[in-house]
Design a binder for this molecule. Structure first.
Ligand code: ADP
Ligand code: MG
Length: 243
């Protein structure tokens, strides 16, 4: 496979619920180490798209490829845990009864001492090594978020899906955690599809933005190109919140 082949590719993905099309012919690809933001207003079909890629929902039509290998079409389906896809969802909290170390190690298989090293490396990297034996309730929201990031990255997923991962956080913390998250994702070389309804977040984090509306991708490009030349009036209005 060529080195710059996409890590994730989705082709013509459509999802219909009881006759209503909520994701309509969406195609996307993400290069190694790139962050693509799926940006659009609430209800436009972002989470549904991510759920299909994760494998927790099934598309009506279309195909999903990871590293050029088919993981799902309308008849063939690799289960979620075998897709090498990491997840960080808004409501994907830490396991309260497990320690921080056990949470981060949760998706790891194989050699115990190698796993321990990986857990320590990531906790150190997010500045929380001193909490390795603590339990989630002893941590602040921002700290829990960092542990959740470490947990998602621990198995070295080929692709990371993030659904509004910062929306539960205090405004004061959000920018800092966005920047820290981005630098860790870049260090790890993870390819990311990040869903957000906030243009500012996409501008800050994306290598590429895919602007979504009513189930369709209406524009794709580098953040400043989209910001400077929105495709239509609705896109202009959507971006006008940013100062
Ligand atoms: P977003 O994440 O962009 O806010 P969603 O993907 O959650 O949007 O939802 C898109 C549309 O699909 C919404 O109108 C929502 O009500 C509908 N929808 C999502 N899941 C289901 C479901 N399981 N059954 C019926 N409709 C759904
Ligand atoms: Mg959503």
């Amino acid at each position: 496979m060529p080195q710059n082949a996409p890590r994730l590719e989705i082709r013509n993905l459509t999802r219909t619920f009881e006759g209503k099309t909520v994701v309509d012919d969406v195609s996307l690809s993400i290069l190694p180490g790139h962050v693509t933001c799926l940006l659009g207003p609430s209800g436009c079909g972002k989470s549904t798209t991510l759920r299909m890629i994760a494998g927790v929902d099934m598309q009506s039509t279309g195909e999903i490829y990871v590293d050029g290998k088919l993981v799902c079409d309308t008849i063939f389906r690799v289960p979620p845990e075998r897709r090498s896809i990491g997840l960080m969802f808004q409501d994907f909290a830490l396991f309260p009864h497990l320690s921080v170390a056990q949470n981060v190690a949760f998706g790891l298989k194989g050699d115990k001492s190698e796993n321990r090293e990986r857990v320590e490396q990531l906790l150190d990297r997010v500045g929380l090594l001193h909490y390795i034996d603590a339990f989630p309730h002893e941590l602040s929201g921002g700290e829990q978020q960092r542990v959740a990031l470490a947990r998602a990255l621990a198995p070295r997923p080929r692709v990371m899906l993030m659904d509004e991962p910062f929306s539960g956080l205090d405004n004061r913390l959000r920018d800092g955690i966005r920047d820290e998250t981005l630098s860790l994702l870049k260090e790890e070389g993870t390819s990311v599809l990040l869903v957000t309804h906030e243009p500012e977040e996409a501008m800050r984090m994306a290598d590429e933005i895919a602007l979504m509306r009513d189930g369709r991708i209406v524009q794709r490009g580098a953040p400043y190109n989209i910001y400077n030349a929105p495709a239509d009036k609705a896109a202009v209005a959507f971006f006008s919140d940013i100062n």
